[in-house]
Design a protein around this ligand. Structure first.
Ligand SMILES: *Cc1c(COP(=O)(O)O)cnc(C)c1O
Length: 343
């Protein structure tokens, strides 16, 4: 069996999901006729404390749909400086919504609210209008944003009538790490996007949530973007299992990530970025003099372990449903062998 540490997106649907998918009652969701999609959307709205939800094909889709629905062309959208929307969505906001992205600093304890306040545009013939602020929790960096910081941002945004979108791809991980109800995080924005297909193991799908009015508008934009799916209940059936049975399992991923971090520190010169160890992602550096990136990737692959290359000089190992503590022991043993044989 392959041990895949590249991401939690690699998780396979469980047997319960496959059975639910095979037996799902379906209809044409573009007509609003799919009872399973409707059930998933209702369940998600209740769980996140929002008026309405919309099933979408991916997290990228949900974020971009939120941007399109909140903004008009030429707006400026403010995002954190290392966020997914900026770094990993192929520049879609420019292509699909015609907006300009501008970044605000995210520090160790959250957004620099004073700096953000200075970035909100006033009335001037030269200025774009600030159309949206995007928050991310948990962040792509592996860190969570404290609730108080999200509240401060939302209060600021509301004072200027600027909507806030929360990229909550891993919002359930964030809630677990922060020890708060997921509703409390979702309450710090007008819309929120959540992924079903990461640690929650659904094969496909995310949800965009917000007010009834916002979701009605987003439903039409989803069609525009080519995301009006027909008998999508086959997919939503797995998503229902994600929300009813899989949220509690994230604790195991977080525990395994901390175990993995501790064991990685046994390797000479391996430096774990401990200040970013909030969820199921372990970031670390390992100098090329100890082992090169390609030697590590290829060496581990021969031992049935898949990892990604470095980004900004950092490795990222992500614990997920397919990785247990024995697997982690095997990863460490393999890495130690590779390192000792290198050079
Ligand atoms: C994974 C992720 C997304 C969405 O990714 P998809 O692969 O499009 O589902 C969005 N934001 C963050 C922070 C993510 O980690």
């Amino acid at each position: 069996m392959l041990i895949d540490l590249r991401s939690d997106t690699v998780t396979q649907p469980t047997q319960t999901m496959r059975t639910a998918m095979a037996n799902a009652t379906v209809g044409d969701d573009v007509y609003g006729d799919d009872p399973t999609v409707n059930q998933l959307e209702k369940l998600a709205a209740e769980l996140l404390g929002k008026e309405a939800a919309l099933f979408v094909p991916s997290g990228t889709f949900g974020n971009q749909l939120a941007i399109m629905t909140h903004t008009t062309r030429g707006n400026e959208v403010l995002v954190g400086d290392d966020c997914h929307i900026l770094m990993h969505e192929v520049g879609a906001a420019a292509v699909l919504s015609g907006v300009q992205i501008r970044t605000f600093p995210v520090l160790d304890d959250g957004v620099d609210v004073e700096k953000l306040a200075l970035m909100l545009r006033g009335e001037d013939i030269h200025f774009p209008d600030t159309g949206l602020i995007c928050m991310e929790n948990a962040q792509s960096s592996g860190k969570t944003v404290p609730l108080a910081n999200m509240e401060a941002v939302y209060t600021l945004a509301q004072s200027q009538n600027i909507p806030v979108h929360i990229d909550g791809a891993r919002i359930f991980n964030a809630a677990l790490a922060l020890g708060v109800d997921v509703k409390e995080i979702a309450a710090q924005g007008d819309s929120v996007n959540v992924c079903l297909s990461k640690g929650l193991c659904a094969p496909v799908g995310s949800l965009l949530l917000g007010t009834e009015i916002f979701i009605k508008k987003a439903r039409k934009n989803r069609k525009l973007m080519g995301g009006g799916l027909r008998q999508a209940g086959i997919l939503a059936a797995a998503g229902i299992i994600s929300l009813t049975e899989m949220i509690s399992r994230l604790e195991e991923d977080h525990r395994n990530a901390r175990y993995l971090a501790t064991r990685l520190e046994e390797i000479d010169s391996c430096s774990v970025l401990r200040n970013r160890l909030d969820i199921n992602m372990v970031f670390f550096t390992l100098p090329e003099s100890v082992i090169t990136e390609s030697a590590l990737i290829e060496g581990l692959l021969k031992k049935n372990i898949k990892i990604s290359g470095t980004e900004n000089g950092e490795y990222r190992f992500v614990t997920n449903h397919g990785v247990n503590s024995d697997d982690i022991d095997w990863v460490i043993e393999s890495m130690k062998t590779l390192v000792s044989h290198y050079s």
